[in-house]
Design a protein around this ligand. Structure first.
Ligand SMILES: Cc1cc2nc3c(=O)[nH]c(=O)nc-3n(C[C@H](O)[C@H](O)[C@H](O)COP(=O)(O)O)c2cc1C
Length: 382
């Protein structure tokens, strides 16, 4: 299936995804916020970087392996947490997790997944858990315990969504939560029969559209109903003190996601975090946020090598991975790239997205004369 997908880069998968999904669902996957300036800035930051390659280095054996949290990884790359993958493909979270496991890459389970943490963890491979906190904090603590018991190695706490982001397109498209058919979205859904049958139809046969799968049964809403009181995410009262309490509670690796300021990165070190993700949420939170790639050098000098530095937001090519590593990242996360593959073709589509990025990374390294990740540094940029 993946081999006959005539998709030769992430942009091809993106086009396929756009064709297959109803417009409202597509915009949920693709769009940023407000004027989408942050999204544009994320790409512009990568596009502005050029390399000064070295030659005659004997690049017949390229080694892309690295160590993340003390364990070997075949690539400096992991799948970012992305909620509602189940809207893009039937049981999309499972397809992502299985493709990641097959590729030997870590997968980050989203708090907002449509399949519960135990079932996703059963897909195998190396898994991390991303946390948004529910208003009733006891619910979050219970889910953390379940994530730990299920074998999740790291906890990623997302910090850049203290209030809901300004997604104007949701109102325009009539695709809000709770989801209901209305004058604005019915035609959109009906004109995408493959999605309607393949995603919604299959859920309908198995008892309804799932949502908030990580909540206990009694509090679980469906995408078509609303959330129960206390079972809504509440992040505007989160502070460093609560983060210290989470550090004490979580026995595994702790990663703070959504850091852009060097002072916050230093605070993360003081807290005892094992990593941070330099991220602007793929341009989906604060529209005037700095591009993570531009924020990276100052953050790297602030933290030195005291924690693992991940970067995400805007990665669409293997060469982008090299650019992030050259400027100080230890590894990157990818959000939309695997989701384009998922929406285009399910698990084989995710596999295709990951292998395209891996191939491009290897080719870029060879053309740069770098045989291992350790040889990627600022000297290559010019
Ligand atoms: C459809 C979608 C859903 C997302 N859901 C979550 C989420 O539940 N939790 C989270 O921390 N980040 C979420 N993100 C942000 C990603 O983890 C990541 O930061 C971002 O996608 C990286 O940018 P990129 O898409 O350009 O690779 C989501 C992103 C997308 C595109």
């Amino acid at each position: 299936m993946a081999a006959d997908l005539a998709c030769y880069n992430i942009a091809d998968l993106r086009l396929r995804a756009q064709r297959r999904l109803p417009h409202g669902v597509w915009e949920y996957l693709e769009r940023g916020v407000e004027d989408e300036a942050a999204m544009a800035r994320n790409r512009a930051a990568f596009d502005a970087v050029t390399f000064r390659p070295r030659v005659l280095r004997g690049v017949h054996a390229i080694d892309t392996r690295t160590t993340i949290f003390g364990r070997e990884s075949p690539l400096p790359l992991a799948l970012a947490p992305t909620g509602a993958a189940g809207l893009l493909w039937h049981e999309g979270d499972l397809a992502l997790a299985r493709a990641a496991a097959e590729a030997g890459l870590p997968f980050t389970i989203s708090s907002a997944s449509t399949i519960d943490v135990e079932q996703i963890a059963a897909a195998g491979g190396r898994q991390w858990f991303q946390l948004y906190l529910w208003e009733d904090r006891a619910l979050s603590h219970a889910v953390l315990e379940r994530a730990w018991q299920s074998g999740c190695e790291a906890l990623f706490v997302t910090l850049d969504m203290s209030v809901p982001p300004n997604r104007e397109y949701i109102h325009r498209n009539g695709f809000g939560t709770p989801f209901r058919l209305n004058a604005r979205n019915t035609l959109d859904v009906l004109t995408h029969p493959r999605w309607l049958a393949g995603v919604m139809g299959r859920y309908a046969l198995s008892g309804g559209i799932p949502s908030q799968a990580n909540l206990p049964d009694r509090l679980r809403a469906s995408v078509t109903k609303g959330a129960h009181p206390g079972a809504l995410f509440k992040l505007d009262n989160l502070d460093w003190e609560e983060m210290r309490a989470l550090r004490d509670r979580w026995p595994g690796k702790l990663v703070l996601k959504g850091i852009l300021h060097p002072a916050d990165a230093e605070e993360a070190v003081r807290l005892g975090a094992d990593g941070i993700v330099v991220s602007n949420h793929g341009g989906r939170a604060l529209d005037s946020a700095i591009a993570p790639l531009a924020a990276l050098p100052d953050i790297r000098s602030a933290v030195s090598d005291r924690l693992t530095l991940f970067l995400d937001s805007g990665i669409r090519r293997g060469s982008d991975v090299v650019k992030a590593l050259a400027q100080g990242a230890d590894a990157v996360l990818v959000g939309r790239a695997p989701l384009y593959g998922l929406s285009a073709a399910g698990q084989p589509g995710v596999t295709r997205a990951l292998s395209l990025l891996a191939e491009e990374l290897r080719r870029t390294m060879a053309l740069l004369g770098t045989r291992s990740l350790a040889e990627i540094d600022l000297e290559l940029i010019g």
